[in-house]
Design a protein around this ligand. Structure first.
Ligand SMILES: Cc1cc2nc3c(=O)[nH]c(=O)nc-3n(C[C@H](O)[C@H](O)[C@H](O)COP(=O)(O)O)c2cc1C
Length: 209
């Protein structure tokens, strides 16, 4: 059992990275081999619309032909049993770095098939952990639901963990942030975030079964 974790935040050990580590710990404790990738360490593009992944008889059929730092990450995901992607929400969506990954993971198996045939021959379980400043995912149009639909079509069964009202800076008094109550934010970080991390841990355990 191999579980690949993807951190889609430029911050390695803040909300998304911390929740991801809990999920990978849960997977590891359930007996899985785990690997973590930090997307912001890598240099890569999104889909370049070359259509090599749809060229009948082509050597990259149903695979992304672009060769860059994401190539190895895609290979690791496609040889895994489960992938857990943890990302912040930027403007009601995942950051561009994560969207670029989605394009290159989800488009190659989309064979534009009238019969609903897809290009990956095995299913991989998926966990999406989205962390956001808003108090409820509906403020961000429940964006994880759209991604879940795409992952379930082309990758595998997908579960979502939305982590809301996250702590954004180390010291609220030093940053422009008058719309937030620093005490409420600190209380949320102290009392609620650990319970969300526990849910991430349990997600990791579930996906490893
Ligand atoms: C550029 C930028 C845009 C953001 N846009 C949103 C947003 O649209 N909705 C939201 O709920 N939070 C938004 N946030 C807050 C982050 O999603 C939130 O703080 C997240 O937990 C940060 O993750 P991290 O701690 O792993 O970096 C934004 C933050 C940044 C830096």
């Amino acid at each position: 059992m191999k579980v690949v974790g993807i951190n889609g935040s430029p911050r390695k050990d803040w909300n998304s990275g911390t929740a991801l580590d809990f999920a990978l710990k849960g997977a590891g404790d359930a007996g899985a081999e785990t690997k973590r990738f930090d997307l912001f360490d890598l240099s890569y593009s999104g889909c370049i619309s070359c259509f090599s992944c749809k060229l009948l008889g082509g050597k990259s059929f149903a695979r992304c032909a672009v060769q860059d730092d994401l190539t190895n990450v895609l290979e690791e995901i496609l040889s895994s049993d489960a992938v857990i992607i943890s990302a912040p929400i930027y403007y009601s969506d995942v950051p561009g770095a994560v969207r670029n990954l989605y394009e290159r993971l989800l488009f190659p198996p989309n064979l534009y098939s009238a019969e609903g045939k897809t290009g990956y021959d095995r299913r991989i379980k998926v966990g999406l952990i989205y962390t956001m400043g808003a108090p409820d995912p509906s403020f961000n149009n429940n964006c994880a639901e759209n991604d879940k639909n795409a992952f379930e079509l082309f990758i595998g069964d997908t579960e979502i963990l939305n982590i809301t009202d996250t702590y954004q800076f180390t010291d609220y008094s030093k940053y422009a942030s008058s719309m937030f109550d620093p005490e409420l934010k600190a209380a949320r970080k102290r009392d609620v975030f650990p319970t969300e991390c526990q849910k991430a841990y349990e997600m990791g355990q579930r996906l490893s079964k």
